[in-house]
Design a protein around this ligand. Structure first.
Ligand SMILES: [Zn+2]
Length: 291
């Protein structure tokens, strides 16, 4: 589930994605959102799924299972796993979307075989997840809400912070840059397209975004010393070629020795599907009684 769209689908244990359905995220109310979610699940469960896995951009209390406020969705104080379990009568696993992405890339994707990784998903907002010592960290990992521009632009949705990574290195940030260059109708897709076509102003705007991304990565390296940093999300994948070099340079500048020379930043193997695959793996964990 993202701030712009919900991608739902069936997943096999080996990570193979079956039928998928994509809908615009209903943002008017929690009720409207849940009605749409139920309809999506009813369609997919007819394919014979044994469990449901959900990745949601909320912080989930590990003791109670209750999701607190979502930054970019109309969801608040919701026990979604219990609600779905009661409605559909099969095991349900619920995980923060950033954690789910980290799980997918660690188990089956770009970080397979490592024990320590940081995953960042640049979409409407910025999600993140961490694997440390060979275990998915299942707590609060709001990596998109670290400060990279002191007293910078306000963050999004329900976040009242300023200069957070999400405020300066998300699709929303790219859209703001595009509007500043070409007017109200311009969007992040155009910014990426023009930059790839050689437009200097567009390239500079994306370099700035990549620089901020790298500042955050440098700090994460100093905290977690991950073997690899995986960058995904719809915007992160689309703009990867333009973000990679400035991000790498900034990360190397900020990271302590000897990590600075060893930083590996790679593109998410599952691209925009990482959240879907990770949610599916969470569903398998629920099916196997691991949740
Ligand atoms: Zn924030």
């Amino acid at each position: 589930m993202g701030g712009t769209k919900i991608l739902a689908g069936t997943l096999a244990r080996d990570g193979t994605v079956g039928r998928t359905i994509e809908v615009q995220t209903p943002t008017s109310s929690q009720e409207a959102f849940l009605v749409e979610l139920d309809a999506l699940l009813e369609q997919l469960l007819s394919d014979g799924a044994g469990a449901i896995g959900v990745g949601v951009p909320m912080n989930i209390d590990r003791k109670t299972g209750i999701g607190h406020r979502a930054v970019n969705l109309p969801l608040e104080e919701l026990d979604l796993a219990r609600r779905l379990r009661e409605r559909f009568g099969i095991p349900v696993g619920l995980e923060n979307d950033g954690n789910a992405i980290a799980l997918a890339e660690w188990r089956l994707g770009a970080a397979r075989g490592t024990d320590d990784l940081v995953a960042l998903a640049l979409g409407t907002g910025v999600g993140g997840g961490i694997v440390l010592d060979g275990r998915l960290y299942r707590g609060w990992a709001e990596l998109g809400h670290v400060v990279v521009d002191a007293d910078g632009p306000p963050c999004q949705g329900n976040c009242h912070g300023r200069g957070h990574l999400e405020a300066v290195a998300s699709e929303e940030a790219a859209e703001r840059a595009a509007r500043a260059l070409w007017g109200e109708d311009a969007d992040a897709h155009r910014l990426v397209r023009e930059a790839l076509g050689g437009d200097e102003a567009a390239r500079a705007a994306l370099e700035r975004i990549g620089h901020y991304l790298g500042l955050a990565i440098g700090s994460f390296v100093n905290i977690f010393a991950p073997e690899v940093i995986v960058v995904g999300g719809g915007f992160g994948i689309a703009a990867w070629e333009l973000l990679r070099d400035p991000a790498f340079q900034a990360a190397r500048r900020e990271a302590l020795e000897p990590a600075d020379t060893e930083i590996r930043i790679v593109q998410a193997a599952f691209g925009d599907d990482a959240g879907l695959v990770g949610a599916g793996l969470v569903g398998f964990e629920a099916l196997d009684g691991e949740r």
